[in-house]
Design a protein around this ligand. Structure first.
Ligand code: FAD
Length: 290
């Protein structure tokens, strides 16, 4: 395991819901692509957003950005034929990367429709369509549907056996959460890469609320730190950078070589964090990674 190596980065975005948000997304991508990341990813229907906007945006990113694009795809709220039609649409446009997820049913939907019982079956179905590069989710802390840590690991193994290339984790804030998962996976003979997903914390209340739903724990120590920063936007921004850099540096010391950022479509924070971690800002034209 190589320690303190140069880190590689990928960045996740969500679909814009207004013209203003769309402008911000393109601005964000324009700044982050100068760091020559491994890939950009576009979420799919997350938090009730429209799935078609996700597909359209992923296709536009694929056309316009020199960075490889991974389109997220879930089986939530659709039947198999519809989900696989989206996969074929991505394939024929030349999108080679998919982040395959079971997905969640939106709140208040009492007749949940899931095209696939879990991500395992979606991965297997995608593999039958093409030789996609497929990422799946992994959970350093138990997912709300977890049936136990041993079963979680077995479930993750089934996703790899079905054809996944790598796993990207749910966000976490303590390095040990990730290292426990990585080491348990290695002991279980899982050799595929598990990439830590990092969420820079800017708005602690929002992160706490979201974490309650997805099973991630927020360290008690964050409260006093953000209270001290108070309403000072600059102080909160610097704190967000400091916390994320500290977490990523701890992971790097443990041999982690790649980080996936949940950007929340905000470039400045992820750009500054990546630069603090040694990313190099390209000055010339950015070549296409395709
Ligand atoms: P699965 O891995 O199939 O199952 C989730 C968990 O349920 C497992 O970890 C396991 O604990 C348990 N489980 C399920 N089946 C079994 C079984 N047979 N045996 C044992 N345990 C089982 N959501 C979106 O809507 N759109 C997105 O774009 C999106 N992107 C994401 C990206 C990442 C990197 C991550 C980590 C999550 C993302 N999500 C997204 C959220 C995701 O859809 C939810 O967490 C969903 O509830 C689970 O999807 P999954 O693919 O992890 O499901």
């Amino acid at each position: 395991m190589q320690r303190n190596q140069a880190l590689k980065f990928s960045y996740e975005f969500f679909p814009p819901r207004s013209a203003r948000m769309e402008r911000r997304l393109w601005r964000t991508m324009g700044q982050l692509e100068r760091l020559r990341p491994e890939f950009f990813s576009m979420t799919y229907g997350a938090l009730g957003s429209a799935q078609q906007i996700s597909v359209d945006t992923a296709l536009a990113m694929h056309r316009e950005s020199p960075v490889a694009v991974a389109a997220h795809l879930t089986g939530a709220g659709a039947d198999r034929a519809a989900v696989l039609a989206v996969a074929r649409q991505l394939q024929s446009a030349g999108v080679r990367r998919i982040v395959a997820l079971r997905g969640d049913t939106p709140d208040g939907d009492d007749a949940p429709l899931h095209a696939f019982p879990s991500a395992v079956e979606l991965v297997a179905a995608l593999r039958r369509i093409d030789d996609f590069d497929i990422s799946v989710a992994a959970y350093p802390e138990p997912h709300p549907d977890s049936r136990g840590r041993r079963q979680d690991l077995e479930h993750l193994r089934r996703k790899f056996d079905a054809g996944a290339t790598r796993a990207i984790t749910q966000y976490f804030f303590e390095p040990d959460c990730f290292l426990r998962l990585r080491d348990a996976a290695a002991r279980a003979g899982i050799a595929a890469p598990i990439v830590p997903g990092i969420l820079p914390v800017h708005d602690l209340d929002r992160v706490r609320e979201f974490s309650r739903r997805c099973g991630a724990s927020v360290p008690a120590g964050f409260g006093p730190l953000f209270e001290r920063a108070g309403d000072d936007a600059g102080a909160r921004y610097r704190l967000a950078i400091e916390l994320a850099v500290e977490l990523c540096e701890s992971l790097r010391r443990e041999g982690v070589g790649q980080i996936h950022f949940y950007t929340l479509n905000q470039s400045d924070l992820c750009l500054d964090i990546s630069l603090a971690l040694g990313a190099i800002h390209a000055t010339g034209p950015v070549e296409s990674a395709a």
